[in-house]
Design a binder for this molecule. Structure first.
Ligand SMILES: Nc1ncnc2c1ncn2[C@@H]1O[C@H](COP(=O)(O)OP(=O)(O)OP(=O)(O)O)[C@@H](O)[C@H]1O
Ligand SMILES: [Mg+2]
Length: 338
């Protein structure tokens, strides 16, 4: 059953669970072709209320196309998608009343001030003048635009434009917020500020779908990730799940001499690992596929009284996951080529 809309402007955030308890977004076997170009194919995913989904992928992977379909800016060629329980093709009007979108390029009226832009959006949404001004004030404060509120936005820096663009999106308290590369071109301070805002919105119930090229951003912000390659989902899950699937933890043990290092090489092999020895630094490195394998390794070192100078366990990074996935997708594409 579709979710009801509360009122014209409402509180800044929406309720944590949808009225129906169903996912806020449900996508089944979605596809989109532009003539001979397949922009999306067989995409299936769902996003819960109050969660953040990050869509990753190379240039041309289909990220913007996916967001555009969900935000009803373009129609799918195959499959279906619902947002807040409404079908994006049949009930586009209902979907648009519940969402907001910031595109890859900020869209604000350059001739108006920051306040003027926000009041205009609120008025266009049907808010009385007083309520529109109050909402503008609230958002100006939230996005750190107090100093610049009454300056013409033409004079704004790229980061200030982005913040104003996002503020304009929140005028109508959307249940779902789509952010297409929201932090591209932002300085580190503006970027972390935007991350804080996104987390705050999600915590208070807004569902956020963002596309990004920054793996750190996906790692820090997203509850779930979807990686697209050539229009298809090549991996999905939580950041932790994806790291566990692709990259193994690595243990690096430094020994005081060559003898101990050689002994460890044999011992690690006996434990089923595939260790590599750096003979000059006396360091033995091994991928640890399961967390539980670190304990027998430490126990063996202890049991034989081998001195250890240093032991570090490194978690895989999302960068490793991403690169591995893209290598795999590239290999498949190469295989399938005639
Ligand atoms: N209007 C269009 N007409 C024709 N082809 C299009 C159109 N829009 C997108 N495409 C193609 O669809 C594919 C996916 O494009 P899309 O913009 O979704 O990628 P993206 O992942 O957002 O890329 P980027 O990281 O560069 O923003 C690309 O091959 C692109 O050229
Ligand atoms: Mg794009």
């Amino acid at each position: 059953m579709p979710e009801n809309r509360t009122n014209a402007l409402g509180p800044l955030s929406s309720s944590r669970t949808g009225a129906t308890g169903l996912p806020r977004i449900e996508v089944v076997d979605l596809g989109k072709s532009y003539g001979p170009v397949t922009a999306l194919t067989g995409v299936t995913l769902s996003v819960a209320a109050g969660s953040v989904l990050a869509v990753l992928g190379h240039n041309g992977a289909g990220k913007t196309t996916l967001v555009d379909i969900l935000a009803t800016r373009t129609r799918p060629s195959t499959g279906s998608a619902t947002v807040c329980g409404f079908d994006v093709t049949r009930d586009g009007h209902q979907v648009r009343r519940r969402i907001a979108l910031t595109g890859q390029f900020a869209s604000i009226d350059e001739t108006l001030t920051a306040r003027g832009n926000l009041v205009l959006v609120a008025r266009l949404m049907g808010a009385p003048a007083k309520a529109a001004r109050a909402r503008a004030d609230e958002l100006i404060e939230l996005f750190g635009l107090v100093e610049a509120a009454d300056r013409v936005s033409m004079t704004f820096s790229g980061g200030m434009r982005r913040r104003l663009d996002l503020a304009a999106c929140l005028v109508g308290s959307p249940k779902v917020l789509f952010l297409d590369e929201p932090t591209t071109g932002l300085d580190p301070v503006s970027r972390t500020g935007l991350w804080t805002t996104v987390r705050l919105l999600a915590r208070e119930g807004t569902t956020v779908v963002l596309t990004t090229q920054y793996l750190e951003e996906a790692d820090r912000l997203a509850d779930d990730l979807v990686v697209l390659a050539a229009g298809a989902v090549v991996a999905s899950g939580t950041p932790t799940e994806l790291k566990a699937k692709v990259g193994a933890r690595t243990a690096a043990v430094t020994f005081p001499d060559a003898w101990s290092a050689r002994w460890a090489l044999e011992e690690f092999t006996r434990l089923g690992l595939k260790p590599v020895l750096d003979p000059d630094a006396y360091v033995v490195t091994a991928a640890i596929p399961a967390a539980g394998q670190i304990v027998p390794l430490v126990r063996a070192l202890d049991q034989y009284g081998v001195t250890v100078v240093d032991l570090t366990v490194t978690e895989p990074t999302l960068d490793e996951v991403y690169l591995a996935l893209h290598r795999a997708a590239w290999d498949t594409a190469t295989w399938e080529a005639p």
